[in-house]
Design a protein around this ligand. Structure first.
Ligand SMILES: Cc1ncc(COP(=O)(O)O)c(C=O)c1O
Length: 442
């Protein structure tokens, strides 16, 4: 294993995404390899992965079975078009993903990212109404503080202001539900808060304003992640489903981060006993190893398109790399590990241990709230008066440079989402390193 990968001597050309580029290039946080629960810097320093990379690496890093599956497929089938052709692993991957989804969510459309998965679901929802003769149903309803990736569809239904305000007028015909967070009512909750199910009723007001005949779909993350971890209030998602059913509105769950075990189940839909019409997935499907995303649609949605002459394309949508052979190989190998090592069950078993451990940070300087759900935690820190996000940025840098742990931040919230292979000792190590970090940035 190469311990000291050469450091690049020019950091200029790479415009890093969602990054403070000038600060990074002055003081880089460089990673050159990974194994299991750790990253390693080019100097060989171990960094505990508190974030599964970017909520992706659920099986831990560079797992042998996934590595060799990708290597084998690269030598066997480097690319195959999925437009009018197919390769066996694509069908197997779709069946395996559909088998993890509850109810009649049993058809899979592949993309390469979560953003494309969201665009795909929004487009299929509108097209579904169109092929059913309801062409006026085009409006899309998102939620304040929602994150649905960075395509124009995703930022339009999303509700994170900096992701929207620079990019013009976005899609028209979009409205938003209120977010579900209320610190006074919910602070320091483990799991789903008791307060807030009634916020789903706002959908009634939106229907009252626009009329159901103009609304195609509602999209929410079952647990809002990128805005700083907002677990759904008890009963909220069921209520949303009931109101959608009442008005013939399709319900999309964006499970790009909540899927593949993060909340102790294949999908959050199962945890909450709610069957949406679409589930968007990405990230954990390949344990982050090869880009892949997609949408799982209910049988009735797929069937609605299967009419007209059989030589005709039923849905004019797809990506060159939909169901790429390397992604399929990685997905099958990842799902094998999830099944054989019972990693979703492990996440469910660890949830109360994780919650107790993380909530022990209550009382440290500037900690305003802590939320935990599955193997996820959000820790709100008080902002430094002259700059929202500065304290958390300092924490991210200190954590990496001094404590040897990778954390994520959103505003002044620290988000923790470790790989599902984490041990109880490693949970304690996270708490200790994050505790030191919070004290250091006080
Ligand atoms: C809920 C949700 N949807 C969509 C996305 C976008 O995924 P990608 O970055 O793969 O486009 C993300 C990424 O974090 C996400 O959390």
């Amino acid at each position: 294993m190469l311990k000291n990968a050469a450091m690049p001597n020019d950091l200029d050309a790479f415009w890093l995404p969602f990054t403070a580029n000038r600060a990074f290039k002055k003081n880089p946080r460089m990673i050159s390899r990974a194994k299991d629960m750790h990253y390693y810097t080019p100097e060989g320093r171990a960094i505990l992965d508190g974030t599964a990379g970017l909520w992706c690496s659920n099986a831990g890093h560079t797992r042998d079975a996934i590595v060799s599956a990708i290597q084998k497929e690269a030598a066997n089938l480097d690319f195959a078009p999925s437009f009018q052709f197919g390769h066996p692993a694509a069908f197997e991957t779709a069946s395996r993903i559909a088998a993890l989804a509850p109810g009649d969510l049993d058809h899979v459309f592949f993309s390469n990212s979560g953003s494309e998965a969201v665009d795909t679901a929004l487009k299929i929802a509108i097209a579904y109404h169109n092929v059913n003769g309801n062409g006026s149903r085009t409006r899309l309803i998102g939620r304040v503080r929602g994150y649905h990736g960075v395509g124009f569809g995703g930022i339009s239904v999303g509700g994170i202001v900096p992701n929207r305000k620079f990019f013009g007028s976005l899609l028209t015909g979009v409205d938003h539900l209120p977010h579900t967070y209320n610190r006074q009512e919910q602070a320091f909750t483990k799991g789903e808060p008791e307060w807030g199910a009634h916020l789903a009723d706002d959908l009634e007001n939106i229907v009252g304003l626009h009329d159901a005949s103009t609304i195609a779909a509602v999209i929410v993350e079952p647990m809002a992640g990128s805005t700083g971890v907002l677990p759904p209030p008890k009963g909220y998602l069921k209520r949303l489903r009931q109101i959608c059913d009442k008005y013939g509105i399709l319900l999309i769950f964006d499970e790009v981060i909540s899927g593949f075990g993060r909340l102790g189940h294949g999908f959050a839909a199962e945890r909450y006993g709610v069957i949406p019409d679409f589930i968007c997935f990405a990230k954990g499907v390949t344990s982050g190893t090869v880009p892949m995303g997609g949408v799982i649609a209910r049988k009735g949605i797929y069937d609605a398109f299967m009419k007209g002459p059989e030589h005709m394309i039923e849905l004019f949508h797809g990506y060159t790399y939909s169901a790429h052979p390397l992604a399929c190989a990685a997905a099958i190998a990842s799902m094998n590990i999830y099944r054989d090592e019972k990693l979703f069950e492990n996440a469910a078993r660890l949830e109360p241990i994780w919650a107790d451990a993380i909530h022990s940070l209550k009382g440290l300087p500037n900690v305003l709230d802590i939320r935990t759900l599955g193997l996820v935690a959000g820790i709100d820190l008080a902002s430094i008066p002259d700059g929202v996000g500065k304290r958390a940025f300092n924490a991210l840098d200190h954590a990496f440079q001094k404590e040897g742990i990778m954390i994520r931040t959103a505003g002044d919230t620290i988000a923790l989402t470790p790989p599902l292979v984490i041990t109880e000792n490693q949970i304690d190590e996270i708490v200790s390193k994050v505790g030191n970090t919070i004290r250091a940035v006080a």
